[in-house]
Design a protein around this ligand. Sequence first.
Ligand SMILES: NC(=O)c1ccc[n+]([C@@H]2O[C@H](COP(=O)([O-])OP(=O)(O)OC[C@H]3O[C@@H](n4cnc5c(N)ncnc54)[C@H](OP(=O)(O)O)[C@@H]3O)[C@@H](O)[C@H]2O)c1
Length: 244
Amino acid sequence: MRTSEHTIADRTVLVTGANRGIGYALVEAALNRGARRVYAGMRDPVDHPDRRVVALPLDVTDPAQIKAVADNIADLDVLVNNAGLGTYEELSDRTALESHLAVNLYGPYDLTLAVLPQLTASRGHVVNILSLAAVASLPVMPAYSISKAAAHSLTQAQRALFTTHGVRVHAVLTGPVDTDMTRGLDIPKTAPAAVAHAIYDGLEADQDDIFPDPMSATLEPAWDSGVIRTLERANSALRPAAAS
Ligand SMILES: NC(=O)c1ccc[n+]([C@@H]2O[C@H](COP(=O)([O-])OP(=O)(O)OC[C@H]3O[C@@H](n4cnc5c(N)ncnc54)[C@H](OP(=O)(O)O)[C@@H]3O)[C@@H](O)[C@H]2O)c1
C-alpha cells in the first residue's frame, strides 16, 4: 500500500550517470523500494540482472541521445538528474568551467525539458542532485561550484515555473559521499547507498530541498527559515502571468 502519493513503489524512474557512485546506488534503492521500471542512463550502458532495469545510452551533453531517450520513454514519474562532473583545477581554466556547465547545468536543463511532457502527464518529479558547493563555493573546485550554483538556480526556476505542469522539483544539497569523485579527499564521507535512500526518503516526504547525509543534515533545521528559502518564496510570487 502506498503511504503517500510520492512513493517510489510502482513508479517509473530515470537515473542519469547510473553506472557508478550515487547513480548506481539510486538505481538499486529504487529497485529495493519496488519501482516498476528503472531507466538507467549511462555513457557506456551495461545490462542489469533485474529485468525492471532498462539500460539506455545517455551522455547528457549529447542532444541526439537526449532526444532518443525522450522519444523512447512512454511514461515517467521521476527524473533523477544525477550525472555529474567534478574535477579539481584552477579558476583560470575556462575550458574546465565550460565542461562543468555542459554536464552539470545544460545536461539537466536539456534532459528535463525533453521529458517534461511525460512528467506533466504523470504529475511527476524532477530530482536534481546538487551539492553544498551550490550554496558556498569550494575553492578547490571552483568550476564545479559555479556549475552547481547555476544548477541550483535552475532548480528554483523550474520549481516555480513547473507548478503549472503539476511537476515537483527537488534540490538535493549533498555533502561528501564516498565515490570516485571524492577519492582523493581525506574527509568523512557517507556511503552512496545511505545517500540514495535518504534522497528517496526526502522525495517521498515531498521535501523541496533534501539533505541526504550527516554533514548536509546539519544545515536543515535553519534552512527553511533562512535567507535563500525566504527569498525564493518571495520571488516565486513574481512568476510571469502565463506561468502562474
Ligand atoms: N561524491 C560527492 O561527494 C558528491 C557530493 C555532492 C554532490 N555530488 C553529486 O552527485 C552526483 C553523482 O556523483 P558521484 O559522487 O556519484 O560521482 P562519480 O562517482 O564521479 O560518478 C559520476 C557519474 O556521472 C556520470 N557522468 C559524467 N559525465 C557524464 C555525461 N556527460 N553524461 C552522462 N553521465 C555522465 C559518470 O559516468 P562515466 O562513468 O561514464 O564517467 C558517472 O556515472 C554528481 O552530480 C555530483 O556532483 C557528489
